[in-house]
Design a protein around this ligand. Structure first.
Ligand code: HEC
Ligand code: HEC
Length: 495
């Protein structure tokens, strides 16, 4: 009997031990399961990838403070617009991570593009979604002189700057001779006489490619109809539309950027003085923009801690833990997002066709040729990075030289892959920068992720990049990916 009891207890102990062990494993396993890395990526590779997104210590971009302070004044000055109501900050509102919350921007008139954030903007090589400006100095002249944004002519812009900011201007760039100053100030009265549409058409190979790859039949039908009315080839019609020219009513002259940029007088000394004023001022705006940084997000802190911890979990904190990490895993692994959203600013500053389909909101007149059109605009940009006034403005403002400037003369003008390709945007501060994409078509990050997950339909024109494959993400994975994206939120530092 005693023996029996003994053996019973010893059996019971064994059973108890086995049960507790099983219970522990059962409780512990799911945790272990959820922490496992995607099978294709070792922890070492993942750590390397994360490291490639870390800013160098005490990161900043060089600029000279006195110029940046002048640039900031110009940035918020709404007098520098044709109706005196629109400044850069109207659309690039610092409280919204330098965006405006609108699908497409509203300046003097409604534009066709979503306002991008300006955080870490000076880390980019090309500017605008089609990269049609090769420096921030050339870029800043865009909105001032854009008929739909601030709507000034060169003469008007220079006149306003030397009227409203004369003391600051001359303190920074030296005095302007009296006669010239008077002439610049008077130049502001020039009204603009449109000379007709500027023509910057796609090369023939791209026109054929554009027509051949048009996403929807209804869009193609529309082009064919317009071509018929104007007695043009469909290819020419397509090229005109992608250059932003509504060829069906080209009897009515448009005021174009080219019109605003064409001098209204033949005094060459005055023209040079005007160009110097506006490029110096744009250089000052660039100096200010170089101060706008966003580098201190929960992800940045996690990535930095991870360089010092043995396990990944040790680097977690309240704002970056398991879910954000799973999202990061998807971003760098299965999602392959960092192929394009690479480096500390989560962009390679290059152009890609991610296959955004045509939708009923897109006007046929706004054919998105993207980078294919952008390279054409850069080639003969009157304020390109190699033009003497821009070179001088940049040197005066002690801005670093641009590597991409050397690339300009080698840009390929008929690269099929650049048709409908847009610049990879940064993914920082996404909570504040909605809606998304160059045309502001997606209101939420859910919609963006759904696009990458299911890649519906064909792109408007051209071909979606082969590197993008349907991800078929589960609801949980989508949420984790979004949590990771939102961990890139950081306070903004600027002058
Ligand atoms: C009417 C609203 C509006 C105004 C005013 C405006 N912007 Fe913009 N900005 C935009 C839009 C829209 C884009 C994108 C255009 C595109 O990609 O084609 C843009 C693009 C930019 C970019 C390029 C960003 C990138 O990622 O490539 C910079 C830099 C910029 N603006 C700075 C300025 C400065 C400086 C001013 C004032 C001189 C200014 N903007 C005035 C709406 C505006
Ligand atoms: C082939 C390059 C490429 C890959 C891969 C890629 N993206 Fe993008 N992404 C882009 C480009 C280009 C745009 C801008 C397209 C436009 O404006 O029309 C963009 C836009 C976005 C935007 C909108 C940002 C804004 O401010 O408008 C988000 C968010 C985004 N991508 C997240 C992701 C995620 C998440 C993944 C992985 C699932 C991913 N991307 C993979 C190139 C890429």
């Amino acid at each position: 009997m005693l023996l029996d009891l003994k053996s019973f207890f010893s059996k019971f102990k064994k059973w108890l031990f086995a049960s507790i062990t099983a219970l522990c494993i059962w409780l512990w396993l799911p945790d272990l399961w959820s922490q496992k890395l995607p099978s294709l990526m070792s922890e070492e590779l993942l750590r390397d990838k994360i490291r490639s997104h870390i800013f160098p210590p005490a990161f900043s971009l060089p600029y000279e403070r006195k110029f940046a302070e002048f640039g900031k004044k110009l940035f918020v000055d709404s007098r520098l617009s044709v109706n005196e109501k629109v400044s850069c900050a109207t659309c690039h509102n610092p409280g919204k991570s330098f965006t405006d919350g609108r699908p497409t921007a509203m300046g003097v008139a409604l534009t066709e593009r979503n306002t991008p954030t300006l955080v870490n903007i000076a880390m980019n090589s090309w500017f605008f979604s089609d990269g049609r400006a090769d420096s921030l100095t050339a870029q800043a002249l865009g909105p001032w002189l854009d008929p739909k944004e601030q709507g000034l002519s060169m003469e008007q812009l220079a006149a306003k700057i030397v009227t409203f900011h004369l003391n600051t201007y001359t303190a920074l760039y030296g005095p302007i001779e009296n006669g010239v100053l008077k002439a610049i100030q008077e130049g502001g009265d020039h009204s603009i006489t449109p000379s007709g549409p500027s023509v910057n058409l796609l090369p023939p190979s791209l026109r054929i490619y554009g027509i051949a790859t048009m996403g929807t039949f209804s869009a193609l039908d529309h082009i064919l109809k317009l071509a018929g009315q104007g007695a043009r080839s469909p290819q020419d019609q397509f090229a005109m539309l992608s250059a932003g020219l509504n060829a069906s009513d080209d009897s009515k002259p448009l005021v174009t950027e080219q019109d605003l940029l064409t001098p209204r007088h033949d005094n060459r000394q005055l023209d040079a003085a005007i160009r110097a004023v506006i490029t110096n001022s744009a250089g000052a705006v660039e100096a200010y923009e170089r101060s706008i940084l966003s580098t201190q997000s929960p992800f940045d802190h996690f990535a930095e801690r991870l360089t010092r911890t043995k396990t990944i979990q040790e680097a977690f904190d309240a704002s970056f833990s398991q879910d954000e990490f799973e999202g990061l895993n998807l971003f760098m692994g299965k999602g392959n997002c960092d192929l394009c959203h690479s480096g500390p600013n989560f962009t390679n500053s290059q152009f890609h066709n991610i296959g955004l389909p045509w939708n009923s909101d897109i006007d046929y007149k706004k054919l998105p040729a993207g980078r294919a059109q952008g390279v054409l605009a850069i080639k003969d940009h009157p304020f390109g990075c190699q033009t003497p006034h821009v070179v001088k403005a940049r040197a005066d403002n002690r801005l670093s030289n641009l590597e991409q400037c050397a690339e300009v003369e080698f840009l390929k003008l008929d690269g099929l892959e650049s048709m409908n390709a847009f610049k990879t945007p940064t993914l920082r501060n996404l909570k504040l920068t909605a809606p998304y994409m160059h045309d502001g078509r997606f209101e939420s990050l859910e919609e963006v992720i759904n696009h990458y997950s299911s890649l519906p339909d064909k792109p408007a024109i051209g071909h979606r990049e082969e590197s993008l494959q349907e991800l078929n993400l589960t609801k949980k994975e989508k949420n984790q990916l979004i949590k990771f994206l939102l961990s890139l939120e950081s306070k903004i530092e600027s002058l």
